[in-house]
Write a protein that binds this ligand. Structure first.
Ligand SMILES: Cc1cc2nc3c(=O)[nH]c(=O)nc-3n(C[C@H](O)[C@H](O)[C@H](O)COP(=O)(O)O)c2cc1C
Length: 468
């Protein structure tokens, strides 16, 4: 283990394997399977070669739908996250293994047990990316329908996470007899029972597992509403954010710092890692050419129309993708939040009128407009290795983020450029780790150790009252 501590201005990297998504370029001979273990192994091992902190798996509990049918333009492949990460634990040694898992449709004791199992089996490398998806459409998969009102998601999530933390905390570090020579394997009074009686569930549970090398899984959070941010400020070790541009990251950091301090935690207790796409080449010209090609692959005529249809709320079949935006207003006044659209709260009528004006003023047809819209996104780092390293140096110097979660546009070789060229350049500049700082994810993210639960330990039942 290295004694080198990561400095505050280090950029760390994670890789986010999205599963169902429209960003992965798959109509190219280089694209590999989204379900073969080989793809995941290749990606995780490349990331580890590049000293990435974490390998993330997204979660979607139902296929995205579009106008009442499965959205067949998305790339699909999403084996169960914890099954996949357990397999990856066996072929990697250092990289963190982050499972996105929903609080709404899981059960706390069961999920806490499975995450603790992954943490133990991986030697303290597990993390939980907490998400709260609540839509009726996903709920139907679980015979629960809507299940939760939108505003209850985070109250429910808080009780869920507090219960999981109490479960992980309920065994002391030395509860198991070290040898078989003692009379009993579990020390008297160890394994404190956990009780939670709340609005959504009642639990009386005794953990079946000792603590892991990092005490408990690292907690990530992804969700951007006010409630989501407050929840993260109280509970998360790391936020997986969507704010990648310099200004957006500055504002987000300030906002989270204020919320974290208000929650009574040190500002440094919550790390921030926005999602980002990297399109790299040797020269600026080659990178620009590649960026354009990637964008064309990601957004073809069908994707461009489907994008608009989400807002227009009806089929735009027959409309020429190389013609102007539809001249009529959308059918619905709100985008359909229950079908996996990422545009919750957007007002399609106002928005589409604005788009029409912009497209006309700039002389853009539908295809060009949709490509330009996503092409301007803050979330893409495109350029030569030096250009992108320069940009990342700005983030590092200002301490705006603790790292980025790379969403590769190609599976499984989409990290090769980063690992072979960008990482060495960042290391030379002293803003990227040159080795893993420790064996656990907590150490590699520069997070404080979780205190052993000696005070609470050997007491009677621990009662969780949050969200009761
Ligand atoms: C960067 C990012 C990644 C996310 N990844 C997932 C995911 O893999 N699976 C999922 O169900 N939700 C995911 N979410 C959605 C959130 O869990 C949440 O349901 C959504 O953002 C709405 O919550 P909010 O109202 O707090 O923003 C992600 C959100 C963000 C910002």
């Amino acid at each position: 283990m290295s004694t080198e501590q990561p400095t505050e201005n280090h950029i760390r990297l994670g890789v986010f394997f999205q599963g169902v998504n429209s960003n992965t370029v798959w109509k190219t001979p280089e694209a590999g399977s989204q379900t073969d273990f080989e793809s995941f192994r290749r990606l995780a091992q490349t990331a580890e070669r590049g000293l990435f902190s974490a390998f993330f798996l997204g979660e979607g509990l139902r296929l995205r739908e579009h106008l009442g049918a499965v959205h067949d333009l998305d790339v699909v492949g999403r084996p169960d996250a914890q099954t996949m990460l357990a397999a990856l634990a066996a072929v990697t040694s250092n990289i963190g293994l982050v499972a996105t898992q929903n609080t709404t449709y899981n059960d706390p004791a069961d999920l806490a047990h499975r995450l603790a199992s992954l943490d133990l089996l991986s030697g303290g490398r597990a993390a939980w990316n907490i998400v709260t998806t609540d839509n009726a459409w996903t709920g139907a998969n679980f015979r629960r329908g809507g299940y939760l009102d939108h505003q209850d998601r985070y109250t429910h999530a808080e009780a869920f996470v507090e219960t999981a933390k109490a479960i992980w905390d309920s065994w002391g570090s030395e509860d198991i007899a070290a040898t078989g020579r003692q009379a009993s394997w579990l020390k008297p009074g160890a394994a404190t029972p956990i009780e939670h009686q709340g609005a959504h569930y009642t639990i009386d549970y005794t953990s079946r597992l000792p603590r892991s090398a990092q005490s408990r899984p690292v907690l990530f959070q992804a969700g951007d509403s006010d409630e989501g941010r407050d929840f993260a400020a109280r509970q998360a070790d790391v936020i997986f954010s969507a704010h990648t541009g310099l200004q957006a990251a500055t504002d987000f950091r300030a906002d989270i710092t204020a919320r974290t301090l208000k929650a009574g935690r040190a500002a440094s207790a919550v790390k921030i890692m926005p999602g980002a796409e990297f399109i790299l080449a040797e020269t600026p010209q080659a990178a620009e050419e590649k960026r354009r090609w990637v964008k064309e692959q990601q957004i073809g005529p069908q994707q461009a129309l489907a994008y608009l249809e989400q807002f227009w709320g009806e089929s735009l079949e027959g409309i020429d993708p190389e013609g102007p935006l539809p001249s009529f207003d959308p059918k619905i006044s709100e985008s359909d939040v229950t079908r996996g659209s990422g545009f919750q709260g957007a007002k399609p009528v106002e928005l589409t009128r604005e788009w029409r004006e912009t497209a006309t003023a700039q002389g853009l047809n539908i295809l060009e407009f949709v490509r330009a819209k996503s092409g301007r996104s803050d979330g893409t780092f495109a350029g030569s290795y030096t250009q992108v390293a320069d940009r990342l140096e700005q983030f590092a110097a200002r301490g705006l983020v603790d790292g980025f979660n790379v969403t590769p546009w190609l599976i499984p070789n989409g990290l090769d450029d980063i690992v072979n060229h960008l990482v060495p350049e960042l290391q030379e500049r002293g803003i990227y780790p040159t080795e893993y700082s420790g064996s656990t994810l907590r150490e590699n993210l520069g997070l404080d150790a979780v205190e052993p639960a000696t005070a609470k330990h050997h007491s009677d039942t621990t009662i969780i009252e949050v969200g009761a």
